[in-house]
Design a protein. Structure first.
Length: 201
């Protein structure tokens, strides 16, 4: 499955690049991602947790990351599998960052190119609504990343510094809700069907 898209996040491209290189931090912005400590070979073992109602399925795998700070580009590759009808996935995602000259505040355009090899039950998923679901996941990641980056913004000047807030308790990343992704795929299918039938022309 081939996918291309783009989104925007606050901050200058060089700063966003340094944030993207913080792999554990960015993993918290990816719906359903669970990241383990980095392995000795530089790879990142982890999982993607997908919920089907009360049932949760773990796609366990490993990812590698390569960042070019001068070119403001990066490549993330990963492979994973789940014990569910031989579901397996291999993904290579490249991204490029650029400052948005039209934005009033410092903003970075993130362009994504991703190619996935899906096997088992996921192969049928790719043929039906895979691109629509990828768009939904990308939009969710962009929203979470913007919220995460906003924490780095300097506070406004005040007469006296406010008291330090208590250290927040760690929050577990919520599983990727399959029912929500299924609805996205259904809507995408209905749009294609409507176009084929001539509805909305």
């Amino acid at each position: 499955m081939h996918f291309e898209g783009e989104f925007r996040v606050p901050g200058e491209a060089a700063d966003v690049m340094r944030r993207f290189a913080d792999v554990p931090r960015m993993a918290r912005c990816m719906p359903g991602a669970v990241l383990e400590p980095q392995a000795e070979d530089g790879s990142w073992p982890g999982a993607m947790v997908v919920s089907f109602g009360p049932k949760k399925i773990n796609f366990k795998g490993r990812a590698t990351c390569d960042f070019d700070f001068d070119a403001l580009t990066g490549v993330v590759q990963g492979r994973g599998a789940a014990d569910m009808r031989a579901a397996r996935i291999g993904v290579k995602t490249s991204f490029a960052l650029a400052d948005d000259p039209a934005a009033a505040e410092p903003t970075t355009i993130v362009k994504i190119v991703s190619d996935s090899e899906l096997g088992g039950v996921l192969a049928d998923f790719a043929r039906t609504g895979g691109v629509a679901v990828a768009n939904a996941i990308m939009a969710d990641f962009a929203r979470r990343a913007a919220e995460e980056f906003a924490k780095d913004a300097p506070p406004p000047p005040t007469a006296a510094p406010p008291p330090s807030p208590p250290e927040p308790a760690p929050v577990e990343n919520a599983p990727l809700a399959a029912h929500g992704l299924l609805w996205v795929a259904i809507k995408a299918y209905l749009v294609r069907l409507g176009r084929w039938l001539g509805i909305g022309r």
